[in-house]
Design a protein around this ligand. Structure first.
Ligand code: C5P
Length: 239
């Protein structure tokens, strides 16, 4: 798949009309747009409908995390919105992920809907190894824990995980090359990391085997975000 089809642009805004302007502005170069908690809370299912009407794919980044019954029922509703990708926290456990996968597959078969890609969130890219150890009381390294959670997602039948670019290799070694890795926390070499702790550049992420990268502040904060994206694309295509 060409690299430009593997870049997800994050619409991190609470203004639906502005989000739609961004979709139009980036339409030539971006096929997948990420709707997260902020935009979904402001714009609801309508924003997804309006983005898909423009012929674009939506990654609904709600990071579902609740009991199996609640997450699986919610995922059915999300599936009916026609999203391309949806996610849940792997730390919700095997039953939560399995039940959700089964519910989505059943809904798609019964209602003749395309199946969204089901992605598990491992360790947030904003968490450092110190926070993992000292705040969450998880004694393993981030890499070991991400690998463990990815394996759990794989065993539950999910299509892939969200992880940082630093963990791609161990995930692919453990779950196989077809198990998708979606990488947020992307920064250009001159960007500040902000609240992200485990960042990589677009080139590093794809070199390490990322299937998709999520671009947010890395380009959105540049003076001309579209120009910044095109520079990233040129750089990636020269790789
Ligand atoms: O602006 P920035 O590149 O930090 O944006 C990253 C986007 O990816 C945000 O919308 C954030 O919610 C999302 N994300 C993340 N880490 C994850 C999963 C999603 O940063 N593990």
């Amino acid at each position: 798949m060409p690299v430009r089809e593997r870049i997800i642009l994050s619409l991190d805004t609470h203004e639906p009309e502005y989000a739609l302007q961004l979709v139009d502005r980036f339409s030539e170069d971006i096929q997948i747009f990420k709707v997260g908690l902020e935009l979904f809370t402001a714009g609801g299912p309508e924003i997804i409908r309006r983005i898909t009407e423009k012929g674009k794919k939506v990654f609904l980044d709600l990071k579902l995390h609740d009991i199996p019954n609640t997450v699986s029922r919610t995922a059915k509703v999300v599936t009916r919105l026609g999203v391309f990708m949806l996610n849940m926290h792997t730390s919700g456990g095997l039953d939560m992920m399995r039940q959700t996968r089964d519910a989505v597959v059943e809904t798609c078969l019964k209602e003749n809907l395309p199946r969204p890609k089901l992605i598990g969130v491992t360790v947030l890219t904003s968490l450092s190894s110190e926070a993992l150890k000292n705040e969450l009381c998880i004694p393993h390294s981030i890499r070991t824990h991400v690998k463990h959670l990815s394996r759990l997602a794989f065993n539950a039948g999910l299509d892939g995980v969200v992880a940082s670019g630093q963990e791609i290799e161990s995930i692919k070694n453990s779950c196989g090359k077809d198990f998708l890795v979606v990488v947020p926390g992307i920064r250009l070499s001159w960007n500040p990391p902000d609240d992200q702790k485990r960042t990589v550049t677009p080139r590093e992420a794809f070199r390490a085997g990322a299937d998709y990268i999520v671009l947010g502040r890395a380009i959105m904060r540049e003076e001309d975000p579209l120009k910044a994206l095109r520079l990233v694309l040129l750089d990636l295509m020269a790789t």
